[in-house]
Design a protein around this ligand. Structure first.
Ligand SMILES: [Zn+2]
Ligand SMILES: [Zn+2]
Length: 338
């Protein structure tokens, strides 16, 4: 099978012919149709993740149909449609045992420490899998771990968003933000979308944004229009929006940072943090429970994958360049059929 392989950091991926993976007794073999390209893949190529083991098949947005099942696997059968976490949890640490497997310090991430999704067949541990409802398309299944499940984790589990509350989504036109707008709306929130690209406003309204803000001083704009700050800020940009986002909070509000943010240190006004009793949290990836919730919302037709385009494996390096240059809204998917 063809695979896009990372052989050397900061160099283009190589399209290689590799053998389909052997599965261990606790794994299944998944046959994929599509897989997503994530900004994290680009950061991996650029050397931001020190644990990467090369050569490795890149990619972690894995889903498809089970073709083989290891003898120790319970709960999954040949023919089941599944989606995978972006990692294999250890299953025994304090975090795994309490259902916070996204925080597992021993997890093995696809496309970094084990072969990942930029190919047709992937071996995955049953402990990473959830079943995909029949009416959920392949593309939506593929992004249920790293996009919709991750956003659900940040908004609901970490952010605690309740129906009727106000949420500000920064970077709303991006891959994370465009799905966050939909999920927040599906959870019954009043959604304010911040984008630096005014041409995306119409699209953001169609995804469920009640208000779109584009100015640099969007915190003032929000408070002027709403008369108060927001309950939750989902921050997926970093330095350019962090402080204004923080200043958009109402007393007792929460700011949750997710995604592949600009890692430059930011300014956190400590006086405001104390005076308003605000909280700043991080949120990483998703748990299987988050994936199930995201897939349920998808099955109900309340959220859908925003796809910019679908490419073939050979075009993956140019797709990475395109994403670096922010020329797209929504996910670029790879069709992995040969
Ligand atoms: Zn991803
Ligand atoms: Zn663990």
């Amino acid at each position: 099978m063809k695979a896009a392989v990372l052989e050397e950091l900061k160099k283009p991926l190589q399209i290689r012919n590799v053998d389909a993976p052997e599965i261990s007794s606790s794994e299944v073999l998944i046959r994929q149709n599509v897989t997503g390209i994530c900004f994290r893949d680009i950061l991996t190529v650029d050397g931001f993740f020190p644990r990467v083991r090369m050569p490795v098949v890149l990619g972690h947005e894995i889903s498809g149909t089970i073709e083989k099942v290891g003898p120790d696997v319970e709960g999954f059968r040949i023919g089941d449609r599944v989606a995978s976490l972006i990692y294999t949890p250890c299953g025994t640490c304090e975090f795994c045992l309490r259902g916070d497997e996204n925080l597992c310090p021993n997890k093995k991430t696809f496309g970094e420490t084990v072969n990942g999704g930029y190919t047709r067949y992937v071996a995955a541990s049953a402990s990473s899998l959830v079943k995909v409802p029949d009416n959920v398309p392949d593309v939506d299944a593929s992004i249920s771990a790293c996009v919709t499940g991750m956003v659900y984790n940040a908004i609901k589990r970490v952010g605690g968003l309740e129906e009727g509350q106000k949420i500000l989504v920064t970077g709303a036109g991006g891959g994370v933000g465009s799905h966050a707008v939909q999920i927040a709306k599906a959870l019954g929130a009043y959604v304010i979308a911040k984008t630096s690209s005014p041409w995306k406003a119409e699209k953001l309204h169609s995804l469920g944004a009640d208000m779109v803000v584009t100015s640099d001083s969007f915190d003032r704009e929000i408070k002027e229009k709403l008369g108060e700050g927001v309950h939750l800020v989902l921050e997926s940009v970093g330095l350019p929006t962090f402080e204004r986002g923080f200043r958009s909070l109402r007393p007792s509000g929460k700011l949750v940072v997710i995604g592949n943010v600009d890692p430059t240190p930011v300014n956190l006004p400590l006086g405001l943090l104390i005076l308003k009793g605000n909280t700043v949290s991080g949120s990483i990836s998703s748990t299987r429970d988050d994936m199930k919730k995201a897939l349920e919302l998808t099955a109900q037709g309340r959220i859908r994958a925003i796809v910019h385009k679908t490419i073939h494996l050979e075009e993956v390096n140019s797709a990475h360049v395109e994403m670096k240059n922010k020329m797209s809204m929504g996910r670029i998917m790879i069709d992995v059929h040969e």
